[in-house]
Design a protein around this ligand. Structure first.
Ligand code: NAP
Ligand code: ZN
Length: 362
């Protein structure tokens, strides 16, 4: 069994300002990578700027990262990083800015281009990275992955490198108070996917069990409360913990078919990442259940609910796809799913027909 997580995770109220000393020695100029609004709305940027000023650290802000970042935005960020002579990077936001920050760090350090960013042989070094999550979902602050979209082919795919584990993750649940109901739901469902995929993955390991079981429980107990009381600290902290647990889990197990099936639903039909995982969650569990009923029943025993009760709980969140899956989608995207790197980790051999059936049930 292996547990390897080279990220210092500091989770709690006001963690940036209370740990301002952690910023010394990282570098003299930071590139802040974020989305259009999240860094400001969440309050994370204000806290960071105060601490950077205290430490006499200069910075440049790059706030153009869109949801599901495309490779062009990484090229632009790497150029800014080099032109401004930055020497470390701070990602602030949901998974999109955090993944972008990771990819920018690799691209800038290794002079990569949009055509070779996925080539792991070229990933030789990276700049120090700080992650400040503002959603409770991807757990990207605790993973060595970055997921990018090719805007020409509309193919979404991730890569992993130990070099892009953040050095420090500052996880302050207060930054998630400003999330609306939809993003709160979708991102929590993403975290739930990661935890369940830790059970499904071939790399499943007993050492991860406490994170998986406790994380699923935290989501079941706190998601509705966060939706109803968005600025309740205790509920938000529980969801953020679950999200970090999800990141810790997939850092070891990677994701599986559930994510591979979800990616084209995002690129073609515009479903948010977490929602795309959510609409197939029950069908994926049913597909795997026969092979993994021992592991899954142990989870349900821990949760003190049955699989059906879990499905009833999920149904409350209206995770329903209202579009229509086209023939063209099936023709072009099923081969993409079959060839995705996550497929190697499935607990059983999955064929094209089974993937088609899941899409057609939507
Ligand atoms: P996101 O795409 O980062 O953000 C979704 C939306 O929420 C954006 O409009 C964003 O605004 C807004 N938002 C974020 N934080 C906010 C806050 N505190 N208050 C108000 N609005 C806020 O969503 P995400 O689900 O966290 O990330 C999804 C991405 O992560 C996908 O590309 C997915 O593939 C990837 N992912 C990565 C990993 C990994 O291990 N690296 C794992 C799973 C998923 P702005 O536009 O202003 O930012
Ligand atoms: Zn995910």
């Amino acid at each position: 069994m292996l547990f390897n997580l080279p990220v210092k995770i500091i989770l709690g109220k006001n963690v940036i300002k209370e740990n301002s000393g952690e910023f010394s020695g990282l570098g003299s100029k930071a590139l802040l990578v974020t989305g259009k609004h999240s860094a400001l709305k969440s309050g994370a940027q204000a806290d960071l700027l105060e601490v950077l000023n205290q430490n006499s650290i200069d910075f440049t802000i790059y706030n153009e990262i869109n949801e599901n970042p495309d490779i062009e935005s990484i090229v632009k960020g790497a150029k800014l990083f080099n032109e401004n002579q930055c020497d470390f990077i701070i990602g602030i936001g949901g998974g999109s800015p955090l993944d972008a920050a990771k990819a920018i760090s690799l691209m800038a350090a290794n002079n990569l281009t949009k055509d070779n960013i996925y080539d792991s042989n070229l990933h030789k070094k990276a700049f120090p990275l700080i992650a400040v999550p503002t959603t409770s979902g991807t757990g990207s602050e605790a993973t060595p992955y970055s997921v990018l979209t090719n805007s020409e082919t509309m193919k979404k795919a991730g890569f992993g490198s130990p070099l892009i584990f953040p050095k420090i993750a500052f996880a302050d649940p207060r930054y998630t108070f400003s999330l609306n109901e939809t993003v709160t739901r979708d991102t929590a469902i993403d975290a739930l996917s990661h935890l369940l995929e830790g059970i499904y993955s071939n790399k499943n390991s007993t050492i991860l069990k406490p994170f998986i079981f406790e994380g699923v429980k935290l989501i079941i107990d706190n998601l509705e409360k966060c939706i109803n009381y968005p600025d309740n600290y205790a509920y938000r902290e529980n969801l953020m913990l679950a999200s970090v647990y999800g990141g810790i889990v997939i850092a070891h197990t990677s994701t599986t078919l559930q994510h591979s099936i979800g990616y084209p639903l995002t690129t073609v039909y515009g479903l948010s990442h977490g929602f795309a995982n959510g609409v197939v969650m029950k069908d994926i569990m049913n597909l795997y259940y026969e092979h993994l009923n021992g592991r899954l029943d142990e989870l349900f025993t821990f949760l003190k609910i049955s699989k059906e009760e879990f499905f009833n709980w999920l149904d409350k969140f209206n995770l329903v796809f209202n579009g229509k899956i086209s023939d063209e989608f099936l023709q072009t995207r099923i081969p993409e799913v079959m060839n995705s790197r996550n497929m190697a980790l499935n607990p059983l051999k999955v064929n094209e027909e089974q993937i088609k059936n899941i899409y057609l049930k939507l």
